[in-house]
Design a protein around this ligand. Structure first.
Ligand SMILES: *Cc1c(COP(=O)(O)O)cnc(C)c1O
Length: 223
């Protein structure tokens, strides 16, 4: 895994250089979903301090099993059920996937350290069933979050659609971030870029990359 990690970090550095970006403005999150806690421990030994999970139950089990890794930053990148907001709030450094008012309200109300950093997840596809707020509703959601005292809106997050070149999708995301910043000027972060499209995401201004299989290897089949 060390070799894969190093190879990806080199490609991140190359992409940053090519787009005139500072490497220090880019956080590489290793997405560890479906992998056992031991894999996260190994990543930690290799120096990784940011990991991402997208399923609530799995997330809670892992944060509990790895509670001794006190300086490990947990990123929650999946769907949030309002009822389970407390478990997410209790341990997440950054929640990437706030896509509706109800989720924002539940996170705001949940016990935990204050404030909690969040991103607005934006749907870049035409499929309304996908995760993320529709582009037309970005300002309304950002305004709502800005009014919550225990959440800090930091920026935007998205997954590139499968049927479109990632560069054009991420260019839209860049504009959507500017729209969020008209509501919350400090919301400068952009979480974008996975195994196959992180270079394009860096070129478009991504500050948080969510890279899974290129670093961890293939995910175990989930039963
Ligand atoms: C799984 C996942 C990733 C990582 O995907 P890879 O293709 O393995 O890099 C990134 N973001 C989200 C939201 C995911 O669910």
């Amino acid at each position: 895994m060390l070799e894969r990690l190093r190879a990806i970090d080199e490609r991140i550095a190359d992409a940053a250089r090519a787009s005139g970006r500072e490497l220090s403005d880019i956080t590489r999150i290793v997405v560890t979903k479906f992998h056992p806690p031991e894999l996260i421990r190994e990543l930690y030994r290799l120096g990784v301090r940011d990991v991402g999970e997208n399923r609530q139950q799995e997330y809670s089990a892992k944060t509990e099993a790895l509670a001794d890794l006190v300086d490990l930053n947990w990123h929650f990148i999946g769907q949030i059920q309002s009822k389970k907001a407390k478990a997410v709030r209790a341990s997440a450094t950054l929640v990437h996937s706030v896509d509706r008012e109800r989720v924002a309200d539940a996170l705001d109300r949940a016990e935990g350290d204050s404030p909690l950093d969040v991103l607005v997840q934006i749907n870049l596809t035409d499929d309304l069933g996908r995760g993320g707020v529709a582009p037309d509703d970005i300002e309304a959601l950002a305004t709502h979050i800005a009014g919550l005292s225990r959440l800090q809106l930091r920026g935007v997050m998205a997954v590139a659609p499968l049927d479109e070149p990632p560069a054009s999708a991420f260019a839209r995301l860049h504009e959507y971030r500017a729209r969020v910043q008209r509501v919350v000027p400090g919301a400068t972060w952009m979480s974008a870029g996975m195994t196959t499209d992180f270079a394009e995401a860096i070129a478009a201004g991504a500050t948080h990359l969510r890279i899974g299989s290129a670093i961890t290897g293939p995910r175990p089949v989930h039963g």
